[in-house]
Design a protein around this ligand. Sequence first.
Ligand SMILES: C[S@@+](CC[C@H](N)C(=O)[O-])C[C@H]1O[C@@H](n2cnc3c(N)ncnc32)[C@H](O)[C@@H]1O
Length: 419
Amino acid sequence: MDIATDHNAQMRTNPVFQTAKTAVCLMAKADIPDSSAIVHALGVKEDEVLQSMADPDILLGNALVVETKYRTMCSLIKASGYHTCADLPCGYTPKALRLTEGGIRFIGLDLPIVADEMEPVIRSLATHPERMSFYGVDATNLESLVSALRNENQPLCITTEGMMMYFNESEVNTVISNIRSILEIHGGSWITPDPEFMLQFFGSFRSVFGERFLEKLATTKVAAKEQSDVSNLCNSFILNPADALGSAGTAEETLRKHGLKVEKINLAEHMPTLNIYRQLTQHQISNFKEEMKQCHYWAITLDGTQERQNHERIQDKVPFDMRCSIENNVFQVSLCGRLDSLTAPSLLTAWEHAKDTNTINRIEIDCSMLYYITSAGVRVLLILQEGCEFGVTLNAVNCHIDKMLTQKQFTKISLQQPS
Ligand SMILES: C[S@@+](CC[C@H](N)C(=O)[O-])C[C@H]1O[C@@H](n2cnc3c(N)ncnc32)[C@H](O)[C@@H]1O
């Protein structure tokens, strides 16, 4: 397989990885140590990445949120007492440097396109590269997580910062179930600001911009959706500021179904002093501290009193396989296992190779052995659909795949349910 095409295929399958570049550029704006060096080593052009935040107010509001999360999470990880942090997703932050300097082992887990790019950059800046490892995973793919962590023999502090909002309902439940499995194998705790990320955004923007905060937030939301190609940034794990209490109940119930329980850590009581305060007035800082009293980061652990529901999954047992052939100008594919962030780029690469070397006017995909699909897989099917004159026919799709395709308004693909 041609590597350049593979990298390109990964980018198009997972546009969400770009959000991590925005995050590290915002960290550089907040003067977080080493973030400018990472931006430079990645060859990222800060102004291009942050162009959707041309308004300095929006830049300031976002940098405030990002610095609060980064510094508070680093301090919570250290305070947790665990000696190993599994950061899912690690993005491009300097967290690996800070934690390993403090004697903590760091395992960076992210989509392969991020992990592969991040590892050499962070190692080149590290005093203790031997304390860190990086792996390409898909959080929805249990096998990839189990494999990345197979040599770890200490309980884990799993951290998730800025990922859960990008999943749809089916994916978020798969990811929570996977983290539950990892906690069962290794022990430890899962710490995340994600359930209350919108509350944190609302409170931060309100404290700095007063009545104009909703207008400033709207621009931020559009930028996040555009970058990630995700339509709504919400699911049953994410609290809705319009119904914080009700949606918190829903998120806790979601965790309970997976045999997990939550302890809420008050943000105002745990956030360190921020660099970005230098850009705020005393009045804004005290508003901000007051607002953050309403926000929590969640520390999630196994609930020994709860039975786990539905944890046997065929998708975890069947390895991915793909067979392709071309007959009478029809590109025929048979898929087996999961079509996700890890596997979908190979379908895209195979299709582009086929169409560059043959005349193809139709695509037929046998899905009788395809058990699970994520948004990344659906995105690739859409690219195939758009690039082929008579479109894609999917044969023998199961109910899960049918539902995923319907959610993405896949009306043009013809479905043939197994009889
Ligand atoms: C907003 S960034 C956050 C990164 C980092 N935690 C930070 O705070 O800057 C979102 C990250 O989620 C990662 N991501 C999205 N979907 C993922 C998946 N299915 N599996 C693993 N990582 C994923 C992206 O690659 C990206 O690095």
